[in-house]
Design a protein around this ligand. Structure first.
Ligand code: HEC
Ligand code: HEC
Ligand code: HEC
Ligand code: HEC
Length: 438
Protein backbone atom coordinates (compact mmCIF):
# COMPACT_ATOMS: atom_id res chain seq x y z
CA UNK A 1 0.00 0.00 0.00
CA UNK A 2 1.51 3.20 1.26
CA UNK A 3 3.14 4.85 -1.67
CA UNK A 4 0.84 3.41 -4.26
CA UNK A 5 -2.22 4.57 -2.47
CA UNK A 6 -1.30 8.10 -1.53
CA UNK A 7 0.22 8.71 -4.91
CA UNK A 8 -3.16 7.91 -6.35
CA UNK A 9 -4.66 10.49 -4.01
CA UNK A 10 -2.31 13.08 -5.39
CA UNK A 11 -4.25 13.29 -8.59
CA UNK A 12 -7.53 14.08 -6.98
CA UNK A 13 -7.20 15.32 -3.47
CA UNK A 14 -7.58 18.96 -4.44
CA UNK A 15 -10.74 18.33 -6.31
CA UNK A 16 -13.19 17.64 -3.52
CA UNK A 17 -15.88 19.62 -5.22
CA UNK A 18 -17.10 22.79 -3.58
CA UNK A 19 -20.44 22.46 -5.24
CA UNK A 20 -21.38 19.47 -3.14
CA UNK A 21 -21.61 21.23 0.20
CA UNK A 22 -24.65 22.13 2.21
CA UNK A 23 -26.64 20.98 5.22
CA UNK A 24 -26.85 17.28 5.83
CA UNK A 25 -29.53 14.79 4.95
CA UNK A 26 -31.73 13.32 7.62
CA UNK A 27 -30.13 10.53 9.64
CA UNK A 28 -31.43 7.05 9.27
CA UNK A 29 -29.69 5.09 11.91
CA UNK A 30 -29.77 1.53 13.00
CA UNK A 31 -30.02 0.03 9.51
CA UNK A 32 -28.74 -3.52 9.24
CA UNK A 33 -25.62 -3.72 7.08
CA UNK A 34 -26.39 -5.29 3.69
CA UNK A 35 -24.30 -8.38 4.45
CA UNK A 36 -26.57 -9.22 7.36
CA UNK A 37 -29.93 -7.92 6.14
CA UNK A 38 -32.89 -10.23 5.94
CA UNK A 39 -33.63 -9.90 2.25
CA UNK A 40 -32.50 -12.03 -0.64
CA UNK A 41 -29.68 -10.58 -2.74
CA UNK A 42 -30.63 -11.09 -6.36
CA UNK A 43 -27.20 -10.47 -7.88
CA UNK A 44 -25.65 -7.79 -10.09
CA UNK A 45 -27.12 -9.24 -13.27
CA UNK A 46 -30.58 -8.43 -11.91
CA UNK A 47 -29.63 -4.71 -12.02
CA UNK A 48 -27.50 -4.73 -15.14
CA UNK A 49 -29.83 -5.11 -18.08
CA UNK A 50 -29.61 -2.50 -20.83
CA UNK A 51 -33.03 -1.14 -19.97
CA UNK A 52 -32.15 -0.83 -16.26
CA UNK A 53 -28.78 0.25 -14.83
CA UNK A 54 -26.75 -1.07 -17.75
CA UNK A 55 -27.44 1.58 -20.38
CA UNK A 56 -24.63 2.79 -22.58
CA UNK A 57 -25.79 6.44 -22.48
CA UNK A 58 -27.09 8.48 -19.57
CA UNK A 59 -30.85 8.60 -19.49
CA UNK A 60 -32.51 11.95 -20.19
CA UNK A 61 -35.84 11.08 -18.62
CA UNK A 62 -34.89 9.11 -15.55
CA UNK A 63 -33.93 10.61 -12.16
CA UNK A 64 -30.75 8.55 -12.19
CA UNK A 65 -28.17 7.97 -14.91
CA UNK A 66 -28.99 4.29 -15.53
CA UNK A 67 -25.35 3.80 -16.56
CA UNK A 68 -24.36 2.77 -13.00
CA UNK A 69 -23.55 -0.81 -13.94
CA UNK A 70 -21.25 0.31 -16.76
CA UNK A 71 -19.39 2.67 -14.42
CA UNK A 72 -19.07 0.03 -11.74
CA UNK A 73 -17.94 -2.64 -14.17
CA UNK A 74 -15.65 -0.34 -16.13
CA UNK A 75 -13.81 1.55 -13.41
CA UNK A 76 -14.93 0.77 -9.87
CA UNK A 77 -12.39 -1.31 -7.88
CA UNK A 78 -15.30 -3.02 -6.09
CA UNK A 79 -16.17 -4.83 -9.33
CA UNK A 80 -12.79 -6.59 -9.30
CA UNK A 81 -12.64 -7.19 -5.55
CA UNK A 82 -13.35 -10.90 -6.03
CA UNK A 83 -10.90 -11.38 -8.88
CA UNK A 84 -8.24 -9.86 -6.63
CA UNK A 85 -8.58 -13.06 -4.61
CA UNK A 86 -7.38 -15.03 -7.64
CA UNK A 87 -4.11 -13.10 -8.01
CA UNK A 88 -0.63 -14.26 -7.07
CA UNK A 89 -0.56 -11.76 -4.20
CA UNK A 90 -3.72 -13.28 -2.73
CA UNK A 91 -2.43 -16.83 -3.14
CA UNK A 92 0.64 -15.82 -1.20
CA UNK A 93 -1.42 -14.26 1.60
CA UNK A 94 -3.65 -17.33 1.75
CA UNK A 95 -0.62 -19.65 1.81
CA UNK A 96 0.91 -17.64 4.64
CA UNK A 97 -2.32 -17.92 6.61
CA UNK A 98 -2.85 -21.58 5.72
CA UNK A 99 -6.49 -21.04 4.76
CA UNK A 100 -6.73 -22.80 1.40
CA UNK A 101 -7.68 -20.90 -1.77
CA UNK A 102 -8.38 -17.22 -1.00
CA UNK A 103 -11.46 -17.13 -3.24
CA UNK A 104 -13.06 -19.79 -1.05
CA UNK A 105 -11.99 -18.49 2.34
CA UNK A 106 -14.74 -16.77 4.35
CA UNK A 107 -12.22 -14.34 5.85
CA UNK A 108 -11.42 -12.97 2.39
CA UNK A 109 -14.91 -13.22 0.90
CA UNK A 110 -16.39 -11.20 3.78
CA UNK A 111 -14.77 -8.06 2.41
CA UNK A 112 -14.03 -8.93 -1.22
CA UNK A 113 -17.55 -10.04 -2.17
CA UNK A 114 -21.19 -9.69 -1.16
CA UNK A 115 -20.81 -12.63 1.20
CA UNK A 116 -24.40 -13.04 2.40
CA UNK A 117 -25.39 -16.40 3.82
CA UNK A 118 -26.29 -19.00 1.19
CA UNK A 119 -30.01 -18.88 1.98
CA UNK A 120 -30.01 -15.17 1.07
CA UNK A 121 -28.64 -15.67 -2.43
CA UNK A 122 -31.07 -15.46 -5.34
CA UNK A 123 -30.83 -17.56 -8.50
CA UNK A 124 -28.70 -15.06 -10.39
CA UNK A 125 -26.48 -14.19 -7.43
CA UNK A 126 -22.77 -14.81 -7.96
CA UNK A 127 -20.00 -14.39 -5.43
CA UNK A 128 -17.65 -13.64 -8.32
CA UNK A 129 -19.50 -10.33 -8.84
CA UNK A 130 -17.33 -9.03 -6.01
CA UNK A 131 -18.61 -6.02 -4.08
CA UNK A 132 -21.72 -5.62 -6.20
CA UNK A 133 -24.69 -3.26 -6.06
CA UNK A 134 -26.44 -5.06 -3.21
CA UNK A 135 -23.29 -5.19 -1.06
CA UNK A 136 -23.89 -1.46 -0.61
CA UNK A 137 -27.54 -0.92 -1.51
CA UNK A 138 -28.92 -3.93 0.36
CA UNK A 139 -30.78 -7.04 -0.77
CA UNK A 140 -33.26 -5.98 -3.41
CA UNK A 141 -35.86 -8.72 -3.01
CA UNK A 142 -38.54 -6.35 -1.71
CA UNK A 143 -37.73 -3.20 -3.65
CA UNK A 144 -36.49 -4.36 -7.05
CA UNK A 145 -39.84 -3.95 -8.74
CA UNK A 146 -41.14 -0.90 -6.87
CA UNK A 147 -38.03 1.32 -6.83
CA UNK A 148 -38.34 2.14 -10.52
CA UNK A 149 -41.68 3.84 -9.94
CA UNK A 150 -41.12 7.60 -9.64
CA UNK A 151 -44.10 7.84 -7.28
CA UNK A 152 -42.17 5.75 -4.73
CA UNK A 153 -39.97 7.88 -2.48
CA UNK A 154 -36.45 7.12 -1.31
CA UNK A 155 -37.81 6.70 2.23
CA UNK A 156 -40.25 4.08 0.98
CA UNK A 157 -37.43 2.25 -0.76
CA UNK A 158 -35.51 2.21 2.50
CA UNK A 159 -38.54 0.87 4.31
CA UNK A 160 -38.58 -1.92 1.75
CA UNK A 161 -34.99 -2.86 2.61
CA UNK A 162 -32.79 -0.55 0.57
CA UNK A 163 -29.73 0.47 2.60
CA UNK A 164 -29.68 4.23 3.44
CA UNK A 165 -26.43 5.01 1.58
CA UNK A 166 -27.37 8.69 1.30
CA UNK A 167 -27.29 9.20 5.07
CA UNK A 168 -23.81 9.97 6.41
CA UNK A 169 -23.82 7.75 9.48
CA UNK A 170 -25.06 4.46 8.01
CA UNK A 171 -22.89 5.17 5.00
CA UNK A 172 -19.79 5.49 7.17
CA UNK A 173 -20.75 2.26 8.92
CA UNK A 174 -21.07 0.54 5.56
CA UNK A 175 -17.74 1.64 4.11
CA UNK A 176 -15.79 1.13 7.32
CA UNK A 177 -17.17 -2.36 7.84
CA UNK A 178 -14.84 -3.43 5.02
CA UNK A 179 -12.30 -0.60 4.93
CA UNK A 180 -11.37 -0.91 8.58
CA UNK A 181 -12.92 -4.22 9.59
CA UNK A 182 -15.17 -5.04 12.53
CA UNK A 183 -15.13 -7.68 15.23
CA UNK A 184 -17.14 -9.90 12.84
CA UNK A 185 -14.69 -9.37 10.00
CA UNK A 186 -11.48 -8.58 11.64
CA UNK A 187 -8.42 -7.21 9.86
CA UNK A 188 -5.89 -8.87 12.14
CA UNK A 189 -2.13 -8.44 12.42
CA UNK A 190 -1.83 -12.00 11.16
CA UNK A 191 -3.63 -10.92 7.97
CA UNK A 192 -1.27 -7.94 7.60
CA UNK A 193 1.81 -10.02 8.33
CA UNK A 194 0.55 -12.48 5.72
CA UNK A 195 0.92 -9.70 3.16
CA UNK A 196 -2.41 -7.84 3.15
CA UNK A 197 -2.16 -4.10 2.60
CA UNK A 198 -2.82 -1.97 5.65
CA UNK A 199 -6.35 -0.57 5.73
CA UNK A 200 -6.54 3.22 5.81
CA UNK A 201 -9.75 5.06 5.07
CA UNK A 202 -11.10 8.59 5.14
CA UNK A 203 -14.79 8.75 4.37
CA UNK A 204 -15.16 12.03 2.43
CA UNK A 205 -12.02 11.45 0.38
CA UNK A 206 -12.81 7.85 -0.53
CA UNK A 207 -16.37 8.90 -1.41
CA UNK A 208 -14.91 10.86 -4.31
CA UNK A 209 -12.17 8.38 -5.06
CA UNK A 210 -14.72 5.66 -5.80
CA UNK A 211 -15.85 6.48 -9.35
CA UNK A 212 -19.17 8.28 -8.89
CA UNK A 213 -22.17 6.59 -10.43
CA UNK A 214 -24.56 9.32 -9.40
CA UNK A 215 -24.86 13.03 -9.79
CA UNK A 216 -25.43 15.42 -6.93
CA UNK A 217 -27.70 18.02 -8.42
CA UNK A 218 -30.90 19.77 -7.42
CA UNK A 219 -33.02 16.78 -8.23
CA UNK A 220 -30.78 14.50 -6.14
CA UNK A 221 -30.86 16.83 -3.16
CA UNK A 222 -34.62 17.25 -3.43
CA UNK A 223 -35.00 13.48 -3.21
CA UNK A 224 -32.24 12.67 -0.72
CA UNK A 225 -31.40 15.80 1.18
CA UNK A 226 -28.35 17.97 0.78
CA UNK A 227 -24.89 16.51 0.40
CA UNK A 228 -22.18 17.73 2.74
CA UNK A 229 -18.57 16.53 2.50
CA UNK A 230 -17.65 17.80 5.99
CA UNK A 231 -20.51 15.77 7.40
CA UNK A 232 -19.19 12.66 5.68
CA UNK A 233 -15.76 13.39 7.13
CA UNK A 234 -17.07 13.82 10.67
CA UNK A 235 -19.31 10.77 10.50
CA UNK A 236 -16.38 8.75 9.19
CA UNK A 237 -14.24 9.79 12.16
CA UNK A 238 -16.95 9.12 14.71
CA UNK A 239 -17.68 5.72 13.22
CA UNK A 240 -13.98 4.84 13.15
CA UNK A 241 -13.73 5.84 16.82
CA UNK A 242 -16.77 3.72 17.76
CA UNK A 243 -15.40 0.85 15.75
CA UNK A 244 -12.04 1.08 17.49
CA UNK A 245 -13.66 0.91 20.90
CA UNK A 246 -15.72 -2.02 19.79
CA UNK A 247 -12.59 -3.89 18.71
CA UNK A 248 -10.68 -2.88 21.84
CA UNK A 249 -13.69 -3.82 23.96
CA UNK A 250 -13.98 -7.29 22.49
CA UNK A 251 -10.16 -7.53 22.80
CA UNK A 252 -10.36 -9.45 19.59
CA UNK A 253 -7.14 -11.26 18.81
CA UNK A 254 -5.95 -13.96 16.50
CA UNK A 255 -2.94 -14.62 18.72
CA UNK A 256 -4.09 -14.76 22.30
CA UNK A 257 -7.41 -14.82 24.09
CA UNK A 258 -6.10 -12.38 26.70
CA UNK A 259 -4.20 -9.74 24.78
CA UNK A 260 -5.52 -7.29 22.22
CA UNK A 261 -4.47 -7.93 18.65
CA UNK A 262 -1.29 -6.21 17.48
CA UNK A 263 -3.25 -4.60 14.61
CA UNK A 264 -4.96 -2.35 17.17
CA UNK A 265 -1.63 -0.58 17.74
CA UNK A 266 0.26 1.86 15.54
CA UNK A 267 2.00 -0.16 12.82
CA UNK A 268 4.94 2.18 12.54
CA UNK A 269 5.63 2.12 16.26
CA UNK A 270 7.17 -1.32 15.68
CA UNK A 271 7.85 -1.25 11.96
CA UNK A 272 9.96 1.84 11.75
CA UNK A 273 13.57 1.49 12.60
CA UNK A 274 15.00 4.73 11.28
CA UNK A 275 14.44 6.44 14.61
CA UNK A 276 16.91 4.03 16.21
CA UNK A 277 19.64 5.26 13.92
CA UNK A 278 18.75 8.90 14.46
CA UNK A 279 18.43 8.53 18.22
CA UNK A 280 14.69 8.79 18.54
CA UNK A 281 13.56 12.33 18.02
CA UNK A 282 9.90 11.65 18.73
CA UNK A 283 8.20 14.23 20.87
CA UNK A 284 7.30 12.36 24.06
CA UNK A 285 3.70 11.20 24.33
CA UNK A 286 2.84 12.41 27.82
CA UNK A 287 0.11 9.86 28.26
CA UNK A 288 2.25 6.73 28.59
CA UNK A 289 5.79 5.65 29.48
CA UNK A 290 8.44 6.32 26.83
CA UNK A 291 9.18 3.25 24.73
CA UNK A 292 5.82 1.56 25.34
CA UNK A 293 3.72 0.34 22.42
CA UNK A 294 1.08 2.91 21.49
CA UNK A 295 -2.47 1.90 20.68
CA UNK A 296 -3.66 3.41 17.41
CA UNK A 297 -6.04 6.01 18.82
CA UNK A 298 -6.09 8.27 15.74
CA UNK A 299 -9.85 8.44 15.22
CA UNK A 300 -10.54 8.71 18.95
CA UNK A 301 -7.94 11.44 19.42
CA UNK A 302 -9.38 13.43 16.54
CA UNK A 303 -12.96 13.06 17.78
CA UNK A 304 -11.70 14.23 21.16
CA UNK A 305 -9.91 17.16 19.54
CA UNK A 306 -13.03 18.13 17.59
CA UNK A 307 -15.23 17.87 20.69
CA UNK A 308 -12.87 20.02 22.71
CA UNK A 309 -12.61 22.64 19.97
CA UNK A 310 -16.41 22.79 19.75
CA UNK A 311 -16.68 22.86 23.54
CA UNK A 312 -19.18 20.01 23.54
CA UNK A 313 -20.53 18.78 26.87
CA UNK A 314 -18.60 15.60 27.63
CA UNK A 315 -15.44 16.67 25.80
CA UNK A 316 -13.33 16.92 28.96
CA UNK A 317 -14.45 13.51 30.18
CA UNK A 318 -13.73 11.95 26.79
CA UNK A 319 -10.24 13.37 26.75
CA UNK A 320 -9.51 12.14 30.28
CA UNK A 321 -10.90 8.64 29.64
CA UNK A 322 -8.99 8.39 26.39
CA UNK A 323 -5.72 9.31 28.14
CA UNK A 324 -6.42 6.51 30.62
CA UNK A 325 -7.14 4.02 27.84
CA UNK A 326 -3.92 4.90 26.02
CA UNK A 327 -2.00 4.27 29.24
CA UNK A 328 -3.82 1.01 29.93
CA UNK A 329 -3.22 -0.27 26.38
CA UNK A 330 0.51 0.33 26.86
CA UNK A 331 1.08 -0.91 30.40
CA UNK A 332 -1.79 -3.30 31.15
CA UNK A 333 -3.06 -4.40 27.75
CA UNK A 334 -5.02 -7.28 29.29
CA UNK A 335 -7.28 -4.61 30.81
CA UNK A 336 -7.92 -2.78 27.55
CA UNK A 337 -11.52 -3.96 27.19
CA UNK A 338 -12.51 -2.32 30.49
CA UNK A 339 -10.77 0.94 29.64
CA UNK A 340 -12.45 0.94 26.22
CA UNK A 341 -15.90 0.63 27.72
CA UNK A 342 -15.18 3.66 29.94
CA UNK A 343 -14.27 5.66 26.85
CA UNK A 344 -17.39 4.41 25.07
CA UNK A 345 -19.67 6.11 27.58
CA UNK A 346 -17.97 9.50 27.03
CA UNK A 347 -17.77 8.99 23.29
CA UNK A 348 -21.52 8.45 23.05
CA UNK A 349 -22.17 11.77 24.78
CA UNK A 350 -20.24 13.72 22.16
CA UNK A 351 -20.96 11.56 19.13
CA UNK A 352 -24.70 12.16 19.47
CA UNK A 353 -23.96 15.87 18.98
CA UNK A 354 -21.38 15.43 16.28
CA UNK A 355 -23.36 13.29 13.88
CA UNK A 356 -26.55 15.29 14.26
CA UNK A 357 -26.22 18.80 12.92
CA UNK A 358 -24.17 20.11 10.03
CA UNK A 359 -21.55 22.49 11.40
CA UNK A 360 -21.32 26.18 10.51
CA UNK A 361 -18.40 27.59 8.53
CA UNK A 362 -17.13 29.26 11.70
CA UNK A 363 -17.09 25.89 13.46
CA UNK A 364 -15.41 24.10 10.55
CA UNK A 365 -12.80 26.78 10.42
CA UNK A 366 -12.15 26.37 14.14
CA UNK A 367 -11.70 22.63 13.62
CA UNK A 368 -9.24 23.21 10.81
CA UNK A 369 -7.18 25.44 13.10
CA UNK A 370 -7.27 22.84 15.87
CA UNK A 371 -6.14 20.08 13.49
CA UNK A 372 -3.25 22.13 12.18
CA UNK A 373 -2.21 23.00 15.71
CA UNK A 374 -2.32 19.31 16.66
CA UNK A 375 0.08 18.59 13.80
CA UNK A 376 2.28 21.60 14.55
CA UNK A 377 2.69 20.41 18.14
CA UNK A 378 4.13 17.14 16.83
CA UNK A 379 1.16 15.11 18.02
CA UNK A 380 0.68 13.40 14.66
CA UNK A 381 3.35 10.94 15.69
CA UNK A 382 2.38 8.03 13.46
CA UNK A 383 1.48 7.70 9.83
CA UNK A 384 -2.20 7.00 10.54
CA UNK A 385 -2.39 10.25 12.54
CA UNK A 386 -0.77 12.29 9.80
CA UNK A 387 -2.81 10.61 7.05
CA UNK A 388 -6.05 11.58 8.82
CA UNK A 389 -4.99 15.07 9.83
CA UNK A 390 -3.87 15.88 6.31
CA UNK A 391 -7.01 14.55 4.61
CA UNK A 392 -9.23 16.20 7.24
CA UNK A 393 -7.67 19.60 6.63
CA UNK A 394 -8.02 19.00 2.92
CA UNK A 395 -11.73 18.19 3.20
CA UNK A 396 -12.24 21.28 5.36
CA UNK A 397 -10.37 23.53 2.91
CA UNK A 398 -12.52 22.30 0.10
CA UNK A 399 -15.70 22.69 2.11
CA UNK A 400 -14.85 26.17 3.34
CA UNK A 401 -13.47 27.39 0.00
CA UNK A 402 -11.98 30.41 1.73
CA UNK A 403 -8.62 30.19 -0.05
CA UNK A 404 -6.84 30.62 3.28
CA UNK A 405 -4.49 27.73 2.56
CA UNK A 406 -3.26 27.54 -1.01
CA UNK A 407 -3.04 24.35 -3.04
CA UNK A 408 0.68 24.95 -3.20
CA UNK A 409 0.98 24.90 0.58
CA UNK A 410 -1.11 21.73 0.73
CA UNK A 411 1.13 20.14 -1.93
CA UNK A 412 4.24 20.97 0.05
CA UNK A 413 2.71 19.57 3.22
CA UNK A 414 1.62 16.47 1.33
CA UNK A 415 5.25 15.66 0.47
CA UNK A 416 5.88 14.70 4.09
CA UNK A 417 2.96 12.25 4.21
CA UNK A 418 2.92 10.82 0.71
CA UNK A 419 3.75 7.30 1.85
CA UNK A 420 4.25 5.36 5.03
CA UNK A 421 7.78 4.36 4.11
CA UNK A 422 8.89 7.97 3.59
CA UNK A 423 6.69 9.56 6.24
CA UNK A 424 8.60 12.54 7.56
CA UNK A 425 7.28 13.15 11.03
CA UNK A 426 9.38 16.22 11.78
CA UNK A 427 8.69 17.70 8.35
CA UNK A 428 4.97 17.11 8.80
CA UNK A 429 4.99 19.09 12.05
CA UNK A 430 7.23 21.83 10.65
CA UNK A 431 4.98 22.40 7.62
CA UNK A 432 1.97 22.52 9.91
CA UNK A 433 3.63 25.23 12.02
CA UNK A 434 4.05 27.32 8.90
CA UNK A 435 0.37 26.84 8.07
CA UNK A 436 -0.72 27.68 11.58
CA UNK A 437 0.95 31.07 11.28
CA UNK A 438 -1.16 31.95 8.25
C1 HEC B 1 -18.19 -5.43 1.16
C2 HEC B 1 -16.97 -4.70 1.46
C3 HEC B 1 -16.81 -3.28 0.99
C4 HEC B 1 -17.69 -2.23 1.19
C5 HEC B 1 -19.05 -2.24 1.87
C6 HEC B 1 -17.03 -1.06 0.63
N1 HEC B 1 -15.83 -1.40 0.10
FE1 HEC B 1 -14.54 -0.15 -0.88
N2 HEC B 1 -13.33 -1.73 -1.30
C7 HEC B 1 -13.50 -3.02 -0.84
C8 HEC B 1 -12.42 -3.85 -1.32
C9 HEC B 1 -12.24 -5.33 -1.03
C10 HEC B 1 -11.58 -3.02 -2.09
C11 HEC B 1 -10.31 -3.43 -2.84
C12 HEC B 1 -10.71 -3.95 -4.18
C13 HEC B 1 -9.53 -4.54 -4.92
O1 HEC B 1 -8.60 -3.81 -5.28
O2 HEC B 1 -9.56 -5.75 -5.09
C14 HEC B 1 -12.19 -1.69 -2.07
C15 HEC B 1 -11.66 -0.57 -2.71
C16 HEC B 1 -12.14 0.71 -2.58
C17 HEC B 1 -11.52 1.89 -3.13
C18 HEC B 1 -10.22 1.92 -3.92
C19 HEC B 1 -9.07 1.98 -2.93
C20 HEC B 1 -7.70 2.02 -3.56
O3 HEC B 1 -6.73 2.15 -2.79
O4 HEC B 1 -7.58 1.92 -4.77
C21 HEC B 1 -12.29 2.96 -2.76
C22 HEC B 1 -12.04 4.42 -3.08
C23 HEC B 1 -13.40 2.46 -1.98
N3 HEC B 1 -13.27 1.09 -1.90
C24 HEC B 1 -14.40 3.24 -1.43
C25 HEC B 1 -15.49 2.73 -0.73
C26 HEC B 1 -16.56 3.55 -0.20
C27 HEC B 1 -16.63 5.05 -0.30
C28 HEC B 1 -17.45 2.69 0.38
C29 HEC B 1 -18.78 3.02 1.05
C30 HEC B 1 -19.73 3.78 0.25
C31 HEC B 1 -16.94 1.34 0.22
N4 HEC B 1 -15.75 1.41 -0.43
C32 HEC B 1 -17.60 0.21 0.67
C33 HEC B 1 -14.53 -3.48 -0.06
C34 HEC B 1 -15.65 -2.74 0.31
C1 HEC C 1 -11.77 -6.35 6.74
C2 HEC C 1 -11.95 -6.47 5.31
C3 HEC C 1 -10.94 -7.27 4.52
C4 HEC C 1 -10.54 -8.56 4.71
C5 HEC C 1 -10.92 -9.49 5.87
C6 HEC C 1 -9.69 -8.89 3.60
N1 HEC C 1 -9.55 -7.80 2.78
FE1 HEC C 1 -8.29 -7.65 1.19
N2 HEC C 1 -8.72 -5.66 1.03
C7 HEC C 1 -9.70 -5.00 1.74
C8 HEC C 1 -9.74 -3.62 1.31
C9 HEC C 1 -10.70 -2.57 1.84
C10 HEC C 1 -8.74 -3.47 0.34
C11 HEC C 1 -8.38 -2.19 -0.38
C12 HEC C 1 -7.40 -1.45 0.49
C13 HEC C 1 -7.12 -0.06 -0.02
O1 HEC C 1 -6.54 0.06 -1.10
O2 HEC C 1 -7.49 0.87 0.67
C14 HEC C 1 -8.11 -4.78 0.20
C15 HEC C 1 -7.04 -5.03 -0.66
C16 HEC C 1 -6.54 -6.30 -0.90
C17 HEC C 1 -5.48 -6.60 -1.83
C18 HEC C 1 -4.71 -5.58 -2.68
C19 HEC C 1 -5.50 -5.31 -3.91
C20 HEC C 1 -4.82 -4.32 -4.81
O3 HEC C 1 -5.52 -3.95 -5.79
O4 HEC C 1 -3.71 -3.89 -4.55
C21 HEC C 1 -5.31 -7.96 -1.83
C22 HEC C 1 -4.34 -8.77 -2.67
C23 HEC C 1 -6.25 -8.51 -0.88
N3 HEC C 1 -6.96 -7.46 -0.32
C24 HEC C 1 -6.41 -9.86 -0.62
C25 HEC C 1 -7.13 -10.35 0.47
C26 HEC C 1 -7.11 -11.74 0.88
C27 HEC C 1 -6.39 -12.85 0.16
C28 HEC C 1 -7.89 -11.83 2.01
C29 HEC C 1 -8.14 -13.04 2.86
C30 HEC C 1 -6.97 -13.66 3.42
C31 HEC C 1 -8.37 -10.48 2.30
N4 HEC C 1 -7.92 -9.64 1.32
C32 HEC C 1 -9.15 -10.14 3.40
C33 HEC C 1 -10.50 -5.54 2.73
C34 HEC C 1 -10.31 -6.80 3.30
C1 HEC D 1 -19.23 0.48 -2.61
C2 HEC D 1 -20.63 0.80 -2.47
C3 HEC D 1 -21.51 0.89 -3.68
C4 HEC D 1 -21.64 -0.02 -4.70
C5 HEC D 1 -20.86 -1.30 -4.90
C6 HEC D 1 -22.67 0.47 -5.56
N1 HEC D 1 -23.15 1.66 -5.08
FE1 HEC D 1 -24.64 2.77 -5.89
N2 HEC D 1 -24.32 4.23 -4.53
C7 HEC D 1 -23.41 4.15 -3.50
C8 HEC D 1 -23.42 5.41 -2.78
C9 HEC D 1 -22.56 5.73 -1.56
C10 HEC D 1 -24.35 6.25 -3.42
C11 HEC D 1 -24.67 7.71 -3.08
C12 HEC D 1 -25.63 7.80 -1.96
C13 HEC D 1 -27.05 7.60 -2.41
O1 HEC D 1 -27.50 8.32 -3.33
O2 HEC D 1 -27.74 6.73 -1.85
C14 HEC D 1 -24.92 5.46 -4.50
C15 HEC D 1 -25.94 5.91 -5.35
C16 HEC D 1 -26.55 5.11 -6.30
C17 HEC D 1 -27.72 5.50 -7.05
C18 HEC D 1 -28.53 6.74 -6.79
C19 HEC D 1 -28.44 7.83 -7.76
C20 HEC D 1 -29.45 8.92 -7.43
O3 HEC D 1 -29.39 9.94 -8.13
O4 HEC D 1 -30.27 8.78 -6.52
C21 HEC D 1 -28.01 4.47 -7.91
C22 HEC D 1 -29.14 4.40 -8.91
C23 HEC D 1 -27.03 3.44 -7.69
N3 HEC D 1 -26.17 3.86 -6.69
C24 HEC D 1 -26.99 2.24 -8.34
C25 HEC D 1 -26.00 1.28 -8.19
C26 HEC D 1 -25.88 0.09 -9.00
C27 HEC D 1 -26.84 -0.32 -10.10
C28 HEC D 1 -24.78 -0.58 -8.56
C29 HEC D 1 -24.17 -1.84 -9.11
C30 HEC D 1 -23.87 -1.89 -10.52
C31 HEC D 1 -24.23 0.19 -7.46
N4 HEC D 1 -24.98 1.31 -7.27
C32 HEC D 1 -23.11 -0.18 -6.71
C33 HEC D 1 -22.64 3.08 -3.15
C34 HEC D 1 -22.47 1.94 -3.93
C1 HEC E 1 3.85 -4.46 18.77
C2 HEC E 1 4.68 -4.36 17.59
C3 HEC E 1 3.98 -4.45 16.26
C4 HEC E 1 2.96 -3.66 15.79
C5 HEC E 1 2.20 -2.55 16.50
C6 HEC E 1 2.68 -4.11 14.44
N1 HEC E 1 3.53 -5.13 14.11
FE1 HEC E 1 3.66 -6.05 12.33
N2 HEC E 1 5.04 -7.34 13.08
C7 HEC E 1 5.53 -7.32 14.36
C8 HEC E 1 6.31 -8.50 14.58
C9 HEC E 1 7.02 -8.86 15.87
C10 HEC E 1 6.29 -9.22 13.37
C11 HEC E 1 6.92 -10.58 13.08
C12 HEC E 1 8.25 -10.44 12.47
C13 HEC E 1 8.74 -11.84 12.10
O1 HEC E 1 8.00 -12.81 12.19
O2 HEC E 1 9.89 -11.89 11.71
C14 HEC E 1 5.49 -8.46 12.44
C15 HEC E 1 5.28 -8.78 11.12
C16 HEC E 1 4.62 -7.98 10.20
C17 HEC E 1 4.67 -8.14 8.77
C18 HEC E 1 5.45 -9.19 8.04
C19 HEC E 1 6.84 -8.67 7.88
C20 HEC E 1 7.75 -9.63 7.17
O3 HEC E 1 8.93 -9.27 7.06
O4 HEC E 1 7.30 -10.68 6.74
C21 HEC E 1 3.89 -7.16 8.23
C22 HEC E 1 3.63 -6.90 6.75
C23 HEC E 1 3.33 -6.41 9.32
N3 HEC E 1 3.82 -6.92 10.50
C24 HEC E 1 2.46 -5.35 9.17
C25 HEC E 1 1.92 -4.62 10.23
C26 HEC E 1 0.86 -3.65 10.11
C27 HEC E 1 0.17 -3.25 8.81
C28 HEC E 1 0.62 -3.19 11.36
C29 HEC E 1 -0.45 -2.19 11.82
C30 HEC E 1 -1.82 -2.54 11.52
C31 HEC E 1 1.55 -3.85 12.27
N4 HEC E 1 2.31 -4.73 11.55
C32 HEC E 1 1.68 -3.59 13.63
C33 HEC E 1 5.30 -6.33 15.30
C34 HEC E 1 4.34 -5.38 15.20
Amino acid sequence: MGCRKLNAFRTFFFFLAASICGPSVAQQNGAQLPQYDEDTHLGVSSCASSVCHGRAERSEESRVWLTEFRIWQGSDPHATAYSTLLTEQSSRIARNLGIGPAAEAQVCLNCHADNVSTDHRGERFQLSDGVGCEACHGGSEHWISSHTDSAVSHTENIQAGMYPTASPQPRAQLCLSCHSGTSKKFASHELMAGGHPQLLFENATFALYQPMHFQIDEDYEARKGEYNAADLWLNGLVEAAENKLDLAGSAVSTMSAELPDTALFHCDSCHRLTNIASGGGLPVDQRRPGGSIPINDTALALVSLVSTALELPGATALSAELDKMVLTASVEPQKLAGAASDVAASLHTVSGELVRAPLSSAQLSKLRRALIRFAAEGRARYFADAFHVFLSVNVLNETLQDGLISNKDMSLWFESVVSESTFDRAGFAARASQLSSL
